[in-house]
Design a protein around this ligand. Sequence first.
Ligand SMILES: [Zn+2]
Length: 355
Amino acid sequence: MTMINDSAELTKLKQLSARIGADPALVQAAGGNTSIKQDGILWVKASGTWLMHAEAQDIMVPVELVPLLEAFDRDHPDVENCLSFVVEAKNPSALRPSIETTLHALIPHRVVVHVHCIETIALAVRQDAETVLKPLLSGIDWAFFPYQKPGVQLSKAIAEGITPATEVLVLGNHGLVVAAGTVEQAEKLLEETCSRLRRPARSMSQPDVEALDSAIAGTAYRIASESELHGTAFDPVNCGFAAGGSLYPDHVIFLGRGSVCAEPGEDVEAVCRRVRANGAADPVSILFPGAGAVMHQTASPGAIAMARCLADVTARIPAEATLSYLTPAQEDELINWDAEKYRQMLNATNTAATS
Ligand SMILES: [Zn+2]
């Protein structure tokens, strides 16, 4: 008998997961997740794991689909973490299901792929997102969902807003979901959707190393070596969008609330003094407008990936667009979320293992 986790389709999903996980335009750090429904089991990415490791490591968790959906319909609290639906006998690595497991379960298609595609996010943070998306996605059965906290809250909104035919979901201030009958079809649909949403990006410049060097002297900050990450600070339009607040959940999780920008004449010491005076911890990242970005030496790979994501996203938003930002209450519910603390703990472990 062929084991279900050896099935060709599950293998194909792992291959696709590793491919999209290695593309920073689609997935950053532990973001994004994939799933497949087979014989009553939903195989879904585990919380805190990275899609790019899908072939090298065990990152898929088996979950009993029918009991999960019944509990979801009854608003049972067990669907918050879905732990009680895990098929432990087929989960040797004791993985926990993704925060977004209910989203995967409720979509009727067999294969579901959720990404934090930078092209999608650059449109999904706009106040007029739905209007702008409409002509771009014509001919595709798609739906737009304004921002909700990821997890059960978002899943409830989706459950009410999709039809069995909905194949593309754009999540406001969050990302993209595609759903299809096979892994191959899901990949095609993902490529098609992303290419339709692709917009020109303002070009990146090289950081002003001299200015940044003098700003960080004697501090625990370093000039980010990932050149793409400086684009947020370098371009005044990008910087203005970033300075407005938090644009999507993983930014808050890995970089904190909004973006900290140095004021004219401030060095790192002065910025940190100002931030501390407001009761906040030293920032993970500081933007020096016109010069570049510096990162705290303890910044995790997830934080670095999210700093790059911010540069990629803001560079694709037209200067005249008006954006939606997460409210302080929406930031709070992400920061104080136990499920996210678990994901961050795994991310910290990952840092230790790779550094
Ligand atoms: Zn997500």
